[in-house]
Design a protein around this ligand. Structure first.
Ligand SMILES: [Zn+2]
Length: 514
């Protein structure tokens, strides 16, 4: 029974919000909260003029939402016949159901009326030449055999034997439908459906649907909804006793068993995390740096307006900054990885060089697979084009015959092989020297600013690459520029502002001077 009462309360509150003005909503709400109230108690609670209160109560009584009962209230300091206002839940719910039913019926009747009121007119009707107005059924009785269109019967009978008569299309019937009326009726139905159904914002219920609540209030097989008579509540010791929030469902609501399933007092606004503009686009907010400090300053009265201005400037200027963004952090990590790879490459080259030096002239009996392969390559290539200066290890030119040739005339080739090997070593040494130079450069740069070729100008864009001093200096210059800009916007004398040099903590002398 109490459950149904909770739904009935929600339904009545929702309907009040959907159809009535603010005073009515307030009265309904206070009656839902306190169950029954003397009208002389209500005016001060609602802070509403007694006249306005009485007229609104009268209106709501006429609407069958609110009722009054005269109760003996001597024990509570009233009179023997005190008038108490209350909401008869049973009656109110049935009233709402009936009126919604009538509303729907009216809307549907309007729709079918506009759908069925189409008719056919003869073009001569507008010119008062003929009386041709036909319903859909009548219009179908005279059809042009050639074109299949409907013709005005009057005109057809007049002109069918007249060789000089007007053409058939001057008395071809045209359909007059109530497109506007129909559109209006359909639109009204749609609006009512939208407005009476629930609304969600994200997972948050903004309002409950009237139809849903009506369905819930039906409560098949359960006891009927209470009439909430003040005398009854009075006898049971339930209700306001002139204290707020002591009504019938106060306990249920306190436990969070309300219709919307959330604890009392938590408005939907509290955790509304996004907004939509008039076009329905989601609006994304981000918090501006220094914004909260500025908002705080603006919301407070400050003893020293000049100092407040200075602080505002300071807060505004902290927006410029040299903080490291997430993107830049990622870039730094990537750069580190690339450097590691380069280092690994250098190490590998170093190792190979050493191996080669250890290997000497011996072309056989090497355990190192890599080495052996390299040697073979060299041997083969040496046989193929031994005069080539630009030959590099691993070049193509490997055929079975050349390998055979190498093995057969081995002695003659040894000299050439040695030469080539020397060339290779020289080349590798050159490469290593170049790499070492590069590395040196890089190490030097690391102490200042690392400039990598695939970045346009990282020093400009990525404060993450700066050291602490660079960052500080840059921030100070940005900050100074921004302070100047802000001061210009606010029409402040820049002389005062820049005198101290540091704005977040103005010099003591200046401060006391004000
Ligand atoms: Zn006609």
């Amino acid at each position: 029974m109490s459950d149904l009462t909770v739904f009935a309360e929600a339904l009545i509150a929702t309907v009040a919000r959907a159809f009535y003005d603010d005073e009515a909503i307030c009265i309904i709400d206070v009656l839902i909260r306190d169950k029954f109230l003397r009208d002389d108690d209500m005016a001060p609670r609602l802070n509403m003029p007694a006249k306005k209160l009485r007229s609104t109560l009268q209106f709501l009584q006429d609407e069958h939402l609110v009722n009054s009962e005269t109760v003996d209230d001597l024990s509570q300091g009233g009179s023997q016949s005190t008038k108490f206002w209350y909401i008869d839940y049973n009656r109110a719910v049935h009233t709402i159901r009936l009126r919604l039913h009538l509303l729907r019926k009216e809307l549907e009747a309007a729709e079918s009326r506009s759908r069925s009121s189409s008719f056919y007119l003869c073009p001569g009707h507008d010119l008062r030449r003929c009386n041709g107005r036909y319903t859909e059924e009548e219009a179908q009785q005279m059809i042009d055999i050639n074109t299949g269109v409907f013709l005005c019967q009057e005109c057809y009978l007049n002109y069918q034997n007249d060789p000089n008569g007007p053409k058939a299309d001057t008395y071809t019937l045209r359909l007059v439908d109530n497109a506007d009326d129909l559109r209006l009726a359909v639109d009204n139905i749609r609006r009512v459906n939208v407005q009476l159904s629930g609304k969600m914002i994200g997972s948050e219920q903004l309002r409950a649907g009237v139809y849903d609540l009506l369905q819930k209030v039906r409560g098949k097989g359960k006891a009927p909804i209470t009439s909430n008579l003040p005398s009854e509540n009075f006898a049971l010791g339930r209700g306001s006793k002139r204290l707020a929030g002591t009504g019938r469902t106060a306990g249920i609501k306190a436990l969070g068993g309300g219709v919307l399933g959330k604890p009392p007092g938590s408005g939907f606004q509290s955790d509304l995390t996004f907004l939509k503009n008039a076009m329905g686009d989601g609006l994304h907010f981000c918090i501006e740096k220094g914004g909260s400090a500025r908002a705080n300053l603006l919301s407070q009265r400050h003893s020293n307006p000049q100092r407040k201005k200075r602080k505002l400037l300071d807060a505004a200027a902290t927006r410029v900054g040299t903080t490291v963004t997430l993107l830049e952090q990622n870039e730094v990590v990537e750069r580190g990885k690339r450097q590691k790879q380069q280092q690994a490459e250098l190490d590998r080259q170093e190792r190979e060089k050493q191996l080669q030096e250890n290997g000497g002239n011996d072309s056989n009996g090497k355990d190192d697979d890599n080495k052996k392969k390299k040697k073979n390559d060299k041997n083969d290539n040496g046989g193929a084009d031994d005069n080539s200066n630009s030959k590099k290890p691993g070049m193509p030119g490997l055929t079975g015959m050349e390998w055979l040739n190498n093995n057969i005339s081995r002695g003659g080739l040894d000299e050439e092989m040695e030469k080539l090997r020397k060339q290779d070593i020289e080349q590798e040494e050159l490469l290593l020297a170049a790499a070492a130079e590069e590395e040196d450069e890089m190490l030097n740069d690391q102490s200042k600013i690392i400039v990598l070729s695939d970045y346009i100008d990282p020093a400009e864009q990525a404060p993450s690459l700066w050291d602490e001093i660079t960052r500080k200096v840059t921030f100070q210059s940005f900050y100074k520029k921004e302070i100047g800009r802000q001061a210009k916007i606010l029409h402040l004398s820049e002389h005062n502002e820049t005198a101290g040099g540091n704005f977040s903590s103005p010099p003591k002398g200046l401060l006391f001077g004000w």
